[in-house]
Design a protein around this ligand. Structure first.
Ligand code: URA
Length: 176
């Protein structure tokens, strides 16, 4: 990516947040884009949503975030004010995302939330309807689930159970 200037997010970012974790992992989580904490630290999912994601991985799946997973985002630079990334920004970053996912070549990719699911599937995904279902991205298995930031906003038993159930489906594949 170098000192990427392919979209206007370069004007307001502090750091490019490429990804973190084990580049040989069987499991990749793909979020939307860096927030303020991620932009400051240069690492994905290190703020409040990140702590929730870590809890899902470590308490819900009994995996080790650092050793067993790789974590990245659809766009590598922070959209100002945490707005959704624009179409032009997603399009500019997508070739890097594709190369990144193909290099890791995991057993399973989990798309966190609607923007990630929609970007990977190339269509507008109704996440409430399609979470928990299997798809394919460039020959790799793709599971869709809620974004941890959404879970924190809508912290219901039903939503927590939904993400838990989705992650058990992922574990079944990883253990097969
Ligand atoms: N939300 C995301 O989608 N990605 C991050 O890295 C942090 C919060």
């Amino acid at each position: 990516l170098g000192d990427c200037q392919r979209c206007k997010l370069c004007e307001t970012r502090q750091t490019i947040v490429f990804g973190s974790g084990n580049p040989n992992a069987d499991l990749v989580f793909d979020g939307e884009g860096p927030g303020a904490d991620e932009d400051a630290q240069g690492l994905p999912f290190v703020g409040r949503a990140g702590r929730k994601l870590t809890e899902i991985i470590e308490k819900g799946m009994l995996l080790d975030r650092k050793k067993d997973t790789y974590i990245c985002n659809i766009v590598k630079c922070r959209p100002p004010g945490n707005r959704d990334p624009g179409r032009d920004e997603v399009d500019a970053c997508k070739p890097f995302l594709i190369k990144q996912l193909k290099a890791i070549n995991p057993q399973v990719i989990v798309a966190l939330g609607k923007p990630a699911a929609s970007t990977l599937l190339g269509r507008t995904v109704p996440i409430t309807k399609e979470r928990g279902t299997w798809h394919e991205f460039e020959g790799m298995r793709l599971m869709l689930t809620y974004h941890p930031a959404y879970l924190l906003r809508a912290y219901t038993k039903e939503n927590r159970q939904a993400v838990y159930d989705d992650m058990q489906k992922v574990l079944e594949i990883l253990k097969a």
